[in-house]
Design a protein around this ligand. Structure first.
Ligand code: ATP
Ligand code: MG
Length: 418
């Protein structure tokens, strides 16, 4: 089956909006067995959209088009595709009622222009949009004028991600399974590791998977700051079993470096581990500016685990709120092993948490010395056992510095608790 994705939107080509639909839809489609073979972004102009839709229909069985279903003058996708396929548009009273209700429930007047979103091409299936006004549309095309002897399914989805994503999951997935059941099998699994570099991960796992590769397993490595994902994929007849067997081998080899699968993140792993054990956490952050607290509080259920997260940025705050000694600051400086230790032990003592993490470092771009170069950071973990302090050199831009440092800190905790 040939699947193509068209993202419309001049803002994508001007670099104003990141094309997240490309990644999100390709991923979801691939997981369902519909691997996208071509993706293209085009501006919101009639000729550009028309040309690319004709091209895609001349090749593909499934064409997904995003954006341009709204009420403004640059929203022309629906109209253009209807014309291209010779379908007349008619107003759907149920959609008009939905739009009216949408505005009424928000106590806003309904602009007359929004009514255009109730226009439905002949033969199209309406995909309701509970999160916005423009419905999606799916058009089964029995005889494709651009590819003789073939049918096609053309799906149009609204641009805003918070409208597109639930619509895809709730409406498009069942529709695909009904109208275009995926032929063959496809299986894919991502294993997420931390603490070892990309090429070391490859050296560890690749030799063990040689026979699988010979039988059609694809291995991909994706490095992110501080972490490496290993992706195992197969489209062979026994894809699911092959990927499962390979997964077991990779998981065993990665050991404690493996922190999760698919979209799992470290903070979720940490919150789940602590919740399971009924244990608590406190944080004293300097150079990460509350970023670890932010990550932890992104996880639903974090309140069962996190007691407090302080940003003790100045020396005075380190003394006042977490009990760092002035003598320690004077003798070693704020970025030092003893200060990190006192911060972690101080906040653990004050909150009564089972575990406490503290970070202090030099994010840069200024402030480095030959003794403590830019990117120097101390991460302390206070726990029922003796406190441990890790020294790292994370010389990156400020944002990456925070990310990498936070990941390291969370990983230190994860390895201790797991
Ligand atoms: P609306 O009714 O909001 O106008 P629409 O279906 O007409 O929706 P667009 O006008 O193309 O869609 O896009 C609306 C918004 O959705 C854009 O401003 C952008 O923020 C977001 N968006 C559109 N396409 C993408 C994309 N490919 N990736 C991420 N966000 C997108
Ligand atoms: Mg729009």
């Amino acid at each position: 089956m040939i699947v193509e994705l068209i993202n419309t939107g001049t803002e994508l080509l001007l670099g104003r909006v990141l094309n997240t639909h490309q990644q999100w839809l390709c991923r979801r489609l691939a997981d369902l067995g519909y691997v996208v073979s071509r993706q293209v972004a085009v501006p919101d102009t009639g000729p550009a959209i028309q040309q690319v839709v004709v091209e895609s229909l001349s090749r593909a069985d499934l064409v997904v088009v995003t954006g341009g279903l709204g009420p403004t003058s640059d929203d022309i996708t629906r109209d253009l595709i209807a014309r291209l396929l010779g379908r007349t548009l008619r107003e759907d009273p149920a959609i008009v009622a939905h739009i009216r209700n949408y505005f009424e429930s928000r106590k806003r007047p309904m602009p007359e222009s929004t009514r255009i979103q109730a226009q439905v091409p002949e033969g199209a299936i309406v995909l309701p949009n509970p999160n916005g006004t423009a419905p999606g549309l799916a058009m089964p095309i029995a005889t494709n004028p651009f590819r003789a002897g073939n049918g096609a399914l053309l799906v149009m989805l609204p641009g805003p991600p918070r409208e597109l994503r639930p619509m895809f999951s709730e409406c498009v997935v069942p529709l695909l399974q009904k109208h275009l059941p995926a032929a063959g099998s496809f299986a894919c699994r991502t294993l997420r590791s931390i603490g070892i570099g990309e090429s070391v991960v490859q050296e560890m796992v690749a030799p063990l998977l040689q026979s699988f590769v010979g039988r059609g397993l694809e291995i991909g490595y994706c490095a992110r700051p501080g972490r490496v994902d290993v992706r195992l994929a197969s489209s062979t007849a026994d894809a699911a079993r092959m990927v499962k067997e390979a997964e077991a081998i990779v998981a065993a080899k990665l050991g404690k470096n493996l922190y999760g699968f698919e979209d799992d993140d470290l903070e979720t792993a940490v919150v789940h581990l602590l919740t399971k054990r009924g244990q608590t956490l406190a944080l004293a952050e300097s150079c990460t500016g509350g970023y670890i607290s932010h990550l932890i509080t992104n996880v639903p259920g974090a309140s069962a685990v996190l007691l407090a997260g302080l940003v003790t940025y100045s020396n005075a705050a380190k003394q006042q709120f977490v009990g760092v000694n002035q003598a320690t600051l004077e003798a070693h400086g704020a970025v030092s092993e003893p200060v990190a230790r006192e911060m972690a032990e101080g906040i653990r003592h004050k909150t009564g948490a089972d575990y406490a993490l503290a970070v202090t470092g030099i994010a840069g771009p200024g402030g480095g010395t030959s003794e403590k170069p830019l990117g120097t950071v101390f991460i302390a973990l206070a726990r029922p056992e003796p406190t441990v302090v890790l020294k790292q050199q994370n010389a990156y831009d400020r944002e990456t510095f925070k990310q990498v440092t936070a990941q390291r800190a969370l990983d230190m905790l994860r390895r201790t608790v797991a």
